[in-house]
Write a new protein. Structure first.
Length: 201
């Protein structure tokens, strides 16, 4: 048989724990609200990246450039799948296709560097190549400059411009390569055609 005193202690203990539990719930809710309010969100500089979301088809021509050790030449065909990721701050491009040297898979990540006031492109492909580029946007023309590092450790410089049509349905690209940043050689030209403007599911 449980005494009245023991029942009273249990009741008081329960009543004591209840306000503490309510207080903890309130703390969690308030903290979550503050974190949500302080969480950064994409701004105007990210909108041009979001405008490129969708599926794109690319066809172009690669030119041999013996001066930089590039002997391959011929037609290239790629499919680009663009999606916004990481809260809408970055554009992820997954590119697959074929060219004079065979099939290739590539991953590009574009983002806005608020400190430097430029866009960034980091790229990696199935041949072990690493790309590091910075770029600017003027109207509908993106201009990037940077480096390509081969899996063997060889670095070449590249600059390219992608110019979009007013309706954002097509774009032209021209790329030049160099070893010293002084003498530049046209390496790639081609055209993008938008297949879909929505993110693939």
């Amino acid at each position: 048989m449980v005494s009245d005193d023991h029942v009273s202690v249990l009741f008081l203990s329960s009543m004591t724990r209840r306000p503490v539990f309510v207080l903890l719930v309130l703390v969690v809710l308030v903290t979550g609200s503050l974190m949500a309010a302080q969480r950064p969100s994409p701004g105007p500089s990210h909108q041009p990246l979001a405008a490129l979301v969708g599926v794109w088809h690319f066809e172009g021509e690669v030119k041999a450039v013996p001066a930089i050790g590039a002997s391959d030449a011929g037609k290239v065909v790629y499919t680009h799948v663009n999606t916004m990721t990481n809260g809408g701050f970055f554009l992820e491009t997954r590119r697959t296709g074929t060219g004079p040297t065979g099939a290739v898979e590539e991953l590009f990540v574009y983002g806005w560097d608020a400190g430097a006031g430029v866009y960034r492109q980091d790229g990696y492909n199935s041949r072990g190549q690493i790309r590091r580029f910075s770029g600017t946007l003027a109207g509908r023309a993106w201009t990037f400059t940077g480096t390509n590092l081969s899996s063997g450790g060889r670095t070449t410089q590249e600059r390219f411009t992608v110019t979009y049509a007013p309706d954002m349905a097509t774009a032209t690209v021209r790329s030049e390569h160099s070893l010293d940043g002084v003498d530049w050689f046209e390496r790639l030209t081609g055209t993008y055609t938008r297949v879909s403007s929505s993110e693939p599911r």
